[in-house]
Write a protein that binds this ligand. Structure first.
Ligand code: SF4
Length: 359
């Protein structure tokens, strides 16, 4: 089921842009005009039973006065994969228990859509004046495809890149927990030379059901990934967050078996693994909003470099090594794998080398 949007709010300074009106018409909603500050105050005074759930149904259209293109912030003391992000949307209609956005954007929990997204393309062009290539995606502060049926970010970015003649230099990843892939299939037909990757975050099915409300089932994601592969769109698989508690290891191994026996492994661009990690303040949010979450069951320890809590290194080692061993069976021993937000000693411990398609 598609996420429910109940309110369209337009920054009065952007009333000349057609997109919010077209979306409002499609959803049969009368748009209202409010500045960001007024909307923040409105949501604070009308929080409903859960301010996050209420605000996730609001689309706010405005302009981005800052930069769109940023290097993925990574985390202090971890190995970085040189990924760039475009934050053309911030906020997400899904409500994952572990979502860091609960913490980052608690002062504006609604979904903000920046209308001046051509500026993001200009920033990519500038970047490519001094760099040969860029690996970029929109899924850092939003789900790349959850609202694509309304925002058409896929169509916008890919058409701009192709029209600028940059399709050999830009690899664009759309990372999602949805199965909103129809437009990607159309774009593939229209722009066969574009370098598009469809990234799917995956987890064990029980975890998806309990902790990723609103998202597509894992089975549906695998099916959507396979359909994309059939048209020549490579996919990326992100095991994130890997929740290292109780008997989950067997479940992750079985998940890996299901995924890699269902997909065409020659059409997998990369695979990432990231153990669950979080800030102390996110724990409090999870306790309040998701008191039954399995994320509260494991023992976690603060890191010396980035202050994030992680599972004990010995536990992480066991999970990563077992997953790599299993995944390698499907790739003649050399899967295009990397770890997200992991420390150099962990890469050494499990003898992992940076992967050419990624780094
Ligand atoms: S899909 Fe991603 S951005 Fe959306 S709620 Fe879940 S973790 Fe957050």
């Amino acid at each position: 089921m598609r996420p429910q949007i109940e309110k369209i709010v337009i920054d009065p300074q952007c009333s000349g842009n057609r997109l919010p009106f077209e979306i409002a018409e499609k959803l049969r909603i009368d748009p209202v005009f409010m500045s960001k500050d007024d909307l923040v105050a409105f949501v604070e005074h009308n929080p409903g039973t859960d301010i996050f759930k209420t605000a996730k149904k609001i689309l706010f259209f405005t302009e981005n006065k800052g930069r769109f293109l940023k290097k993925c912030p990574g985390s202090k003391g971890v190995i970085c994969c040189n990924y760039y992000t475009i934050n053309s949307v911030t906020g997400c209609p899904y409500d994952c228990s572990y979502c860091i956005l609960q913490h980052y954007i608690e002062n504006n929990p609604f979904i903000t859509v920046f209308l001046n997204r051509e500026k993001a393309v200009e920033e990519i062009k500038e970047f490519l004046k001094i760099n040969d290539r860029i690996r970029v995606g929109t899924g850092e502060l939003a789900d790349s495809l959850a609202l694509d049926h309304l925002l058409n970010e896929t169509g916008f970015f890919i058409s701009e890149i192709v029209e600028a003649g940059l399709e050999k230099k830009v690899q664009f990843e759309f990372k999602t927990k949805s199965v909103e892939t129809e437009r990607l299939l159309e774009i593939r037909k229209k722009y066969p030379g574009a370098d598009i990757i469809a990234g799917f975050s995956v987890n064990i099915p029980g975890f998806q059901k309990d902790e990723e409300p609103g998202t597509a089932s894992i089975e549906a994601r695998i099916k959507a990934a396979f359909e994309l592969q059939k048209t020549g769109i490579p996919v990326a698989i992100h095991f994130d967050p890997v929740v290292m508690i109780e008997n989950n290891l067997d479940k992750y191994i079985s998940l890996a078996e299901t995924i890699f026996s269902s997909l065409d492994c020659s059409q997998i661009a990369w695979i990432s693994m990231g153990g669950f990690r979080h800030t102390l303040s996110l724990t409090q949010t999870i306790v309040e909003r998701f008191p039954d979450s399995s994320l509260l069951r494991g023992e976690m320890f603060p890191s010396d470099s980035d202050n994030k809590l992680r599972y004990l290194a010995s536990v992480r080692r066991v999970y990563y090594a077992a997953l790599i061993k299993k995944i390698a069976e499907y790739f003649n021993g050399v899967p295009p794998l990397y770890m997200c937000m992991e420390k150099p000693f962990m890469w050494d411990d499990i003898e992992m080398k940076p992967q050419p398609p990624v780094f």
